[in-house]
Design a protein around this ligand. Sequence first.
Ligand code: OSB
Ligand code: MG
Length: 370
Amino acid sequence: MELRLERVRLRRIHLPLLHPFETSFGRTTERRIILVEAIASGVSGWGEVTAGEQPFYNEEWTDSAWLILRDYAAPRVLGRKLGAAEAAPLFAAIRGHRMATGGLEAALWDLEARLLGEPLWKRIGAGARKEIPCGVSIGIQESPAALLKKIETELAAGYQRIKIKIKPGWDVDVVREVRVRFPAIRLMVDANSAYTLADAKHLKRLDDFYLMMIEQPLAHDDIIDHAALQAKLETPICLDECIRTARHAQQAIRLGACRILNIKLGRVGGFAEARRVHDVAQAAGVPVWCGGMLESGVGRAHNIALSTLPNFVLPGDVSASKRYWARDVIEPPVEVTPRGTIAVRDEPGFGYALDMDFLRSITVLEETIG
Ligand code: OSB
Ligand code: MG
């Protein structure tokens, strides 16, 4: 379909996390999120920019994304007649900054779905499952005992797999403790680029713990070294940071740099590229799962739609709103069943309503373009 995009509204919201989240690159206590509202024919579609507060996961951060959206991304699509599928090619001239452009791209898909009265999952050509399998990502804790307690709580809630963040000094010994306490759970680790190939022997020790995978152990931009490491490990490597395009996915698979892919909507620049990454992996027999970036309900709802593409066969990092927020920006909040799944909704667009009163109360900056 074609729509004529009339306005783009950017909103910066500040949302405190219920529990601080710590990775190898830093600690987050409050999210500073840009929500993107795309408006046509009096209807709004919503997207979320998944950039962090600082440029430590990748090069983007909340402030850079605002400028990219206002000065480069929005002007490329405003006032034009276009379908959501045509947005990503219009952003291709902007190098990098995929989380910024991806927030607007996702808003256009949601807008198109709402204009047609269709669920977003249908619009993006997904809908392979009615419930998506869920795991949790658990940050670095102050002690192994605290970590074991967290894991116990998440397992009791029904989550199907546990991912723990690791870094030098919080890795092999901690994983061993987890395995001794929980010998049969589906367990994986995520290093967020905290190691180099010089650590190969150390990382090889993780092979003792039959992990589902080790996520992004090496540099954020280095597929070649991951191929060298994968050749030495029994444990499958899953790439996150390295994969920004379907071409990267193709090259990583061809080089044997990974056996599993994490797909994040923002990291790859939106639904069009996410679907291409998914298709490349599927054709190669490489399973994928949906990553998370501590999203508010808007990004979370998009992740649920994305996770209904057929090759999202492994539990993702998409979990219940109440793990993150005292109050989410959507109604109802995202909830997880006792079997560790999220039910996919059939309402138009991403399937949840915005809590506009709450949204206004946490908005610190707003700008309308067009
Ligand atoms: O590497 O998957 C990651 C959070 C922030 C930045 C990077 C990552 C993460 C997570 C959290 O693992 C996933 C979530 O619960 O949203
Ligand atoms: Mg990761």
